[in-house]
Every structure is written in structure tokens, then in C-alpha cells.
Design a protein around this ligand. Sequence first.
Ligand SMILES: [Zn+2]
Length: 202
Amino acid sequence: MRLSPIFRTLFYSVSNLGRFRAPTSTHFATLRPLPLRSMSGIPFIGALFGSSSSKSSSNMTYPDQRTDDEWRAVLNKEQFRVLRKQGTEAPGSGTFDKHYPSEGVYTCAGCAAPLYKANHKFKSGCGWPAYFDSIPGAVTRHEDRTLGMLRTEIVCSNCGGHLGHVFKGEGFDTPTDERHCVNSVSLNFSADDKPVAKESKA
Ligand SMILES: [Zn+2]
């Protein structure tokens, strides 16, 4: 579905919900911080190996345990808002929205873990970078039940940084019929098509 600029701006207020659902007040959900960190102190090892499981966000911890203050020291304001406070960038505004390299790797803008390969990316027209799959284990899903709706939030498995949401069954002609709707702000890109282990702190 192609959206005119004006409609797309309006659509932003219901962004990330999915292309075919009725407008609601989901915009506020994207601004609401989620309790990503657990107090248990037990690293969630499974997050490193399973990319398709849905977990509650209430008891997750990640290998990279930096505090908000530590993140503020290495992220710019917008990166901190999106990655650490579940923010959403304006549609069509992101560096990687219309970025279609033939090879390369998109890494986490927070911890540099490799997340998506160039050949996972597809044109969705939704205004954010869209991927039909991730590097195995790189992305962790959890249920986002804010405002009484069920969405699937995706975060970096290494640092818990907010990437966006994943939507299923929209009818895109991709191998998975899934759309990882990711904020460009949450990503960096490396033209070197080798997700090297040294970049992952896992
Ligand atoms: Zn990360």
C-alpha cells in the first residue's frame, strides 16, 4: 500500500500497528516506556539463540547490562529516546527507509551486534525500514500489551535496545510474510557483509 505524504503523516499517529487495522491511539503506546530490565539479575541466555519466541518483557535481562546513564554517554538524544525508551521515529524520515544495498549488515546502534542482513530488507512502503527476517537469534520478541492491544515488540538480543515491532500475515511476497518494522535510529550499517563475532558482546 502506498501512502500519500499527508496520509502517511496522519497514519503516523497509528504507526506500527499494522497496515490494515483501524486507526486507534497506538501512537501513545510507542511513547510509553516498558520495563525491559528484570531485577532478577539472571541473564536470559535463550534470547541469544531463539529469534522467534515471544516472551514477556517483564522478566528479561540481556548480556549488555549498561545503565541509562551509560547509554546516554554513548548514544545521541534520539538514539536514546528510541532504543532505550521505546520511541518511534517519524515515518519516512529514517536514514535506512529507502536504503537497499545489495550486501552488508545492519547492526544495533547501541551495542553494534549484527541484526539484519541486506538481503533481509524489502520495500514495504510503510515509512520505516522493513525486514522479513533477522540474523538468527539477533532479535528477541516480546508481547507488547500496552493500551489493551497485543503487538510484538522486537529488541536487540544483546542489549535489549528497542528496534520496533514485527507484524505477520500482511501479504507481502517474502519468504516469511513477516515485517520487522525497525527504526533507522536503532541501526547502523556496515557494507562488509560479514557479521563478525567481535561486534557482538554476546
Ligand atoms: Zn544492541
